[in-house]
Write a protein that binds this ligand. Structure first.
Ligand code: PMP
Ligand code: GLN
Length: 381
């Protein structure tokens, strides 16, 4: 067997969802909404199936979706994109991340990754024979340690992987953070793979700023989006990469050997979704922020320390005040099995020397479900 894959183990999201099912727990672990996204987008996918959109679509995505992605880049961020050469549609952001890393990394290259990190990043960097340089954000406010970030860059650095809004912390990198990162990329002549799947799931009046929109960054960034997140349809697995043509071509080369194409009916429906009015996108953030507030208040009342979250589906909590004896993995197992609520241990987002007193809860659920989860936990603690 491939020794690297053999060593990875099953993703924590699958492990905790299975445990939740086994114990009939409310699943606030794996991040997926319990209400499907817009009916017109779903209807468009169904209609497209009946409409004969069932054979291989073009390698880089159907024209309508590439055009819709280009238009969204311009509408939301003022980024001008050529839909013919600068957009690649992938089977989810997961494939987009892998294809982007494949497009850039050679064996011996270094990639700067920021901890806590989404669990796809590191195994792919390593499989490509590259080395990760890890920079750790400092809880509880997840500050970017600038001197350490700077020190992680060197002659072998090829890219930085930036996830904002960030999973699991809910951190939105500030304008200052982004400017600092942009200066480093320019100085060291590096690229950025920008995982922006939560671009529209952002709260409290903040506005998402793609690193790509900063001066000098248009040619250095591969910007990744996900219809799963933007339309609350996580099973659809439609992702898209926006990148300068030279890099988009390489992403497409990777894509042709990973999946080659992505279901055309879903692509058509996502193109219709991306053309929705501004009110739809704004409501994504307001609706989710209300859910965040309900869960955060409930968990605080129980005794958790709830860390701030400005975006994504998630809040991280410090469960130390509850007096539980055991680490975060034991804690998340315990509440799944005995309180009937599943969460994700945040140590899963660190390859080594992880903090072990944080649990991540997903709040992308109906209000009644969130309240039931809070009730269950408060009865238990
Ligand atoms: N990146 C991050 C940070 C995520 O949280 C997720 C969520 N699943 C993904 C990528 C993958 O997105 P997709 O489901 O579109 O593959
Ligand atoms: N991104 C989702 C999360 O963080 C899970 C996706 C997956 O299960 N791979 O919960």
């Amino acid at each position: 067997p491939n020794l690297m894959l053999d060593a990875i183990g099953t993703t924590i999201f699958t492990v905790m969802s299975a445990l939740a099912t086994q114990h009939g727990a409310i699943n606030l672990g794996q991040g997926f909404p319990d209400t499907d996204g817009p009916q017109d987008v779903i209807d468009a996918a169904a209609a497209a199936l009946r409409d004969g959109r069932n054979q291989y679509p073009p390698l880089t995505g159907v024209a309508e979706l590439r055009e819709a992605v280009a238009a969204a880049n311009h509408r939301f961020y003022g980024i001008t994109v050529d839909p013919a050469t600068e957009v690649v549609v992938t089977s989810g952001a997961t494939e987009a991340i892998t294809a982007s890393l494949m497009a850039l990394l050679n064996p011996g290259d270094e990639a700067v990754l920021i901890e806590p990190l989404y669990d796809t990043y590191l195994p792919v960097v390593r499989m490509l024979g590259a080395t990760a340089r890890l920079v750790r954000l400092n809880p509880p406010d997840w500050q970017l340690p600038r001197a350490e970030l700077e020190a992680a860059f060197g002659p072998k650095t090829k890219l930085l992987l930036l996830n904002s809004p960030m999973n699991p912390t809910g951190k939105v990198f500030s304008a200052d953070d982004l400017a600092f990162i942009a200066a480093l990329l320019t100085r060291h002549d590096c690229y950025a793979v920008c995982d922006e799947v939560y671009e529209h799931l952002i709260f409290d009046g903040l506005k998402h700023t793609p690193l790509m929109s900063l001066p000098g960054m248009r040619e250095r960034c591969l910007r990744i989006g996900s219809a799963g997140k933007t339309f609350s349809l996580t099973g659809w697995k439609i992702g898209y990469v926006t990148a300068p043509a030279r890099l988009a071509t390489l992403v497409a080369r990777a894509h042709q050997n990973l999946t080659f194409t992505t279901p055309p009916n879903l692509q058509r429906a996502v193109a219709i979704g991306l053309a929705k009015d501004d009110a739809y996108f704004a409501a994504m953030g307001t609706d989710l922020a209300a859910k965040r507030d309900i869960l955060a208040a409930g968990l605080r009342d129980i005794g958790f320390i709830v860390l701030p979250s400005s975006g994504s589906y998630f809040i991280t909590t410090d469960f130390t005040p509850l007096g539980f004896e055991g680490d975060d993995v034991a804690f998340c197992r315990h509440i799944t099995e005995h309180a009937g609520v599943a969460a994700i241990p945040v140590s899963a987002f660190y390859p080594a020397d992880a903090p072990t007193h944080y649990a991540r809860f997903a709040f992308c659920k109906r209000e009644t479900v969130l309240r039931e989860a809070i009730d269950r936990l408060s009865r238990h603690f």
